[in-house]
Design a protein around this ligand. Structure first.
Ligand SMILES: NC(=O)c1ccc[n+]([C@@H]2O[C@H](COP(=O)([O-])OP(=O)(O)OC[C@H]3O[C@@H](n4cnc5c(N)ncnc54)[C@H](O)[C@@H]3O)[C@@H](O)[C@H]2O)c1
Length: 314
């Protein structure tokens, strides 16, 4: 049995990773400040600390646990839009947290860190699908902070901390925060549809993304533990390619038994027009290929989410 530290354990991705680690028989210590996460999401059996990862005092508290085999650093402010409201907050909560965790890893002799980075580091890319070797020119403060975290991890290679940054594309699935209307394209549109029967899209239907199901993301995180080929790497984790925003909206409407109106207006600061991923490296370094198609994943999410809104499930 190994012991893992999982930050962001009350959030969508952190809770799913923690749960999968426990299912493999491991011990999980979790940290979360509950800003966007919920206590109810934390899997039973996780030893939980409510704290900010950027707060140095946290690390004295979690020292009392035995040493960590790896740190999964998943906590973070995850909205490009929010990062424009308060860039300094974004810097502290995301990049500064990474620095503290790396310092903690050095201090405790933890040699492995796996990080939830993002496609937002890429910015506008002339060539898609985008591979990890493309220049990273983020368009949001959020992307800048995530890129800084990747570089902080690279610098810690000299202290023998083997890190892997997973550049996650658009993650979706059951368990996504349906209350947060500022992060998560699928969850935002689904929440609007289920609550109001109306989807307001900020931006054009021609924009496109690469949607990856939560179960594929969890598998990618766990594969990092098994595969030394992933040490010191930055790796795209995405789904099965390009899907337009208009396609997402129409797929949601097709699942819903009642009429849904749609409005396309406005825009979001720092939004990218279109991006999808080259996942060749994920295949080579992790043996990763996505298993869940967007159509299947969306149907599953709708089926498990709609009943809470009193809607008919497909
Ligand atoms: N969901 C996506 O599509 C996506 C895509 C790319 C990258 N990511 C990254 O994955 C990570 C998890 O995203 P998610 O979708 O699960 O979001 P989420 O909001 O559901 O989870 C983030 C969790 O981190 C906690 N948190 C935030 N800042 C913290 C801090 N400073 N200290 C302690 N806890 C803190 C929140 O309370 C929340 O529980 C984020 O770092 C995000 O940037 C997500």
């Amino acid at each position: 049995m190994a012991t893992y530290l999982v930050t962001g354990v009350a959030g969508f991705i952190g809770a799913a990773v923690a749960s999968a680690l426990q299912q493999q028989g491991h011990r999980v210590i979790g940290v979360d400040n509950l800003t966007t996460g919920h206590r109810d999401n934390i899997p039973a059996g996780v030893i939980f600390y409510e704290a900010d990862c950027q707060d140095a005092a946290l690390y004295e508290r979690i020292l009392s646990q035995k040493s960590y085999d790896a740190i999964f650093h998943i906590a973070g402010q995850s909205s490009g839009e929010v990062s424009f409201d308060d860039p300094a907050y974004d810097l502290r909560t995301n990049a500064e947290s990474t620095l503290h965790l790396l310092k903690f890893a050095r201090r405790t002799g933890c040699r492995r860190m796996i990080y939830a980075s993002t496609m937002s580091v890429y910015g506008v890319q002339p060539d898609v699908p985008v591979s990890e070797s493309a220049p990273a020119v983020p368009l949001s403060f959020y992307g800048v902070g995530k890129l800084a975290s990747e570089h902080y991890m690279r610098l810690h290679e000299q202290f023998d901390i083997r890190s892997t940054a997973l550049r996650l594309f658009n993650v979706y699935g059951h368990g996504q925060n349906m209350e947060n209307l500022r992060q998560g394209m699928v969850s935002i549109f689904m929440a609007m549809m289920l609550r109001d029967g109306h989807i307001h899209v900020k931006g054009s239907p021609e924009r496109y993304r690469d949607f990856v199901h939560i179960s594929d993301v969890v598998r990618a995180f766990l594969l990092c533990l098994e595969r030394p080929e992933s040490y010191g790497r930055i790796i795209n984790i995405a789904g099965s390619g390009r899907v337009t925003v208009g396609d997402v909206v129409e797929a949601l409407r097709a699942l819903h038994p009642v009429p849904v109106t749609v409005e396309y207006s406005g825009c979001t600061a720092g939004d990218m027009h279109g991006i999808h991923a080259d996942i060749t490296l994920a295949g080579k370094a992790l043996g990763y290929t996505p298993q869940v198609s967007f159509a299947e994943g969306l149907k599953d999410m709708y089926r498990r989410t709609a009943p809470a809104y009193g809607k008919v499930a497909v």
